[in-house]
Design a protein around this ligand. Structure first.
Ligand SMILES: Nc1nc2c(ncn2[C@@H]2O[C@@H]3COP(=O)(O)O[C@H]4[C@@H](O)[C@H](n5cnc6c(=O)[nH]c(N)nc65)O[C@@H]4COP(=O)(O)O[C@H]3[C@H]2O)c(=O)[nH]1
Length: 537
């Protein structure tokens, strides 16, 4: 066993507090998330419900105003028939029409901007603006229709003035009683405390009340503005903040119980998952203690020498109940659970134990996978040197190759470069593993001190015909030649793949075609009597 066993134990212990903090953080997040979501969801549902309500009362007020405007237009049409006639002859008819239409405060005839006949004031003649109270500052606005604060004789009640002047300067006017609109606005607005306001043309805004200001961006007063497509009518609906809060509260009563149930379910699920994860952490520690891990070695063929040039060490885990755990799972879990360093130390100690029986040729390569966390850890150089010292006791002139993934090179490049340079000067070799699958840019290949580039099996699997197109693979091979890196192809399974790679100058071949990963004793026997290789196509 490696002498690092005590520090392995302390590393495992030291890492214990982090998962507990993460455990509670995740549990809190699982419980809070549904509650937060139900708050957010009910907030937007309340906004939308209030929006629908405001739109509906806005539209009914708009309908009402447009209908009133339609009636005013009909009235102006009717009055046009008296245009140009003396007031004395038409006044009785005009008054009769006015009495029959209770909407109108007064109707009458115009000559230019002068009233010449009025249902309310008889044959009184005076400027149209004198009918409006207070009179308009700018009479330019007196074109077709305008809302006003009051009229002559009824100065404190709003009204809407409609005008028609089709034949030169002879026209008619009709004043709609604003109280009808106000009554309607109050009737639709009162139940929920809404305030409605309506403006015709550039006139006075007829309002059904006032809201105390509340500009809180999340739950302040709400406002909706609508414009008529047929008349110059603009109206707005304002809803008090208290109404939004009331709807939100109501919806929360529906969503919150659901949120609480989901929070319970999520936290139970998270708890179970975390327990499983934590127990995985413990399980790995137990598995190390119970010696459930072992190492298999996969020989690598050299196209230069025509024989095995080395082997890659790969870890295996078989639980005491016989169940296998795939390296893809336990390596990823060990990385996530901060267990990869103790596990790698264990791997190194297992290799040392295996190597006691080895008789391998001088210069035999042994590839060992190194995780990014370990490479960046302060203990890395000591661990590797100690491993090499122990190996040297059994096996002379073994070339140890550290296989790094692309992820290992990202982080603090200067420290990684200096560690790798130190190790290379001591005789270790460095390979970049699974090349092309990580986040590595091509410039990394130039920056880092590397000896081998291991082409990922995904690119090898893409070889389907001898002269087929595998542009990425071809580029990787050419690139490694240019950078004077030796290439190792992983996952070579067919003679076709083998010959394709050999033709393109790939030096080392690893894969089931040559040899499967095997136990240490098996590899020793296999090396003594290897099967004939390479195969014919
Ligand atoms: N389909 C196919 N696969 C082939 C062939 N030849 C070899 N392989 C598999 O390809 C993987 C090569 O290892 P890797 O790229 O380093 O990929 C390794 C490595 O990243 C990681 N791993 C395994 N053992 C260790 C270890 O001791 N330490 C660390 N840090 N990682 C390890 O787990 C990965 C998977 O390991 P394995 O399951 O052992 O899978 C191994 C090997 O069994 C082939 O012809 N066809």
């Amino acid at each position: 066993m490696l002498a690092s066993a005590p520090s392995e134990e302390s590393a495992v212990k030291k890492l214990g507090s982090k998962p507990i903090v993460r455990h509670w953080t995740l549990l809190a997040a699982a419980a809070l998330l549904p509650l937060l979501l139900s708050l957010i969801f009910s907030y937007f549902a309340a906004r939308s419900q209030l929006g629908r309500h405001m739109n509906s009362i806005g539209e009914s007020l708009m309908n009402q105003s447009e209908q009133i405007s339609d009636r005013a237009q009909d009235m102006l049409n009717t009055l046009q028939r008296f245009a140009g006639q003396p007031c004395e002859s038409s006044l009785i008819d005009i008054q009769r029409i006015s009495n029959l239409n209770a909407y109108f405060r007064s109707i009458g005839l115009l000559q230019g901007n002068q009233i010449v006949c009025s249902s309310a004031y008889g044959s009184f003649t005076g400027p149209l603006n004198a009918l409006i109270s207070p009179p308009l500052f700018n009479t330019q606005h007196l074109t077709s229709s305008i809302s006003v604060a009051g009229t002559y004789g009824v100065p404190h009640r709003s009204a809407v003035l409609y005008l028609r002047r089709p034949h030169g300067d002879r026209g008619s006017y009709a004043i709609v009683e604003g109280q009808y609109l106000l009554d309607f606005m109050q009737a639709v607005g009162r139940p929920r405390g809404d305030v409605l306001s309506l403006r015709v043309g550039d006139g006075y805004a007829i309002r059904s009340g006032w809201l105390p200001p509340n500009n809180n961006p999340l739950w302040g007063n709400s406002q909706l503005t609508l414009h008529s497509t047929r008349y110059p009518i603009a109206l707005s609906v304002e809803s008090p903040a208290s109404e939004f809060l009331r709807i939100w509260q109501q919806l929360l009563l529906t969503f919150l119980p659901l949120g609480i149930i989901l929070a319970l379910v999520f936290s139970l699920m998270a708890n179970n998952w975390l327990k499983r994860r934590l127990s995985f952490h413990d399980e790995m520690r137990r598995a190390i203690a119970r010696d459930e891990f072992f190492v298999v070695y996969q020989p690598v063929y050299s196209n230069k020498t025509g024989e095995a040039s080395g082997a890659e060490a790969l870890m295996r885990w078989q639980r005491s109940n016989g169940e296998w755990v795939s390296p893809d799972i336990f390596i990823a879990a060990a990385e996530a659970e901060a267990m990869i360093i103790p596990l790698t130390r264990h791997l190194l100690s297992l290799i040392v134990r295996d190597s006691a029986d080895w008789q391998v040729p001088a210069g035999f390569h042994l590839g060992v996978n190194v995780a990014a966390e370990h490479l960046q850890d302060a203990s890395f150089l000591d661990d590797i040197r100690q491993f090499a010292r122990h190996m040297a006791l059994h096996t002379q002139q073994l070339n140890i190759t550290l296989e790094l993934t692309e992820r290992s090179l990202i982080g603090d490049p200067q420290t990684v470069i200096s560690k790798l340079e130190e190790l290379r000067s001591e005789g270790f070799r460095v390979a970049i593993d699974d090349f092309g699958t990580g986040h590595c840019t091509l410039s990394y290949l130039q920056t880092f001190p590397l000896d081998y580039l291991k082409i990922d099996k995904g690119f090898v699997a893409a070889i389907e015909q001898v002269n087929g197109e595998t542009p990425v693979l071809d580029t990787i091979i050419q690139l490694s030649h240019k950078l004077a890196l030796q290439t190792v192809a992983e996952g070579v399974e067919t003679p076709l793949q083998f010959h394709y790679l050999k033709q393109r100058g790939v030096t080392f071949i690893q894969g089931y075609l040559y040899a499967r990963p095997m136990r240490s004793e098996e590899m020793i026997n296999w090396l003594k009597n290897p099967p004939p290789f390479p195969p014919e196509i």
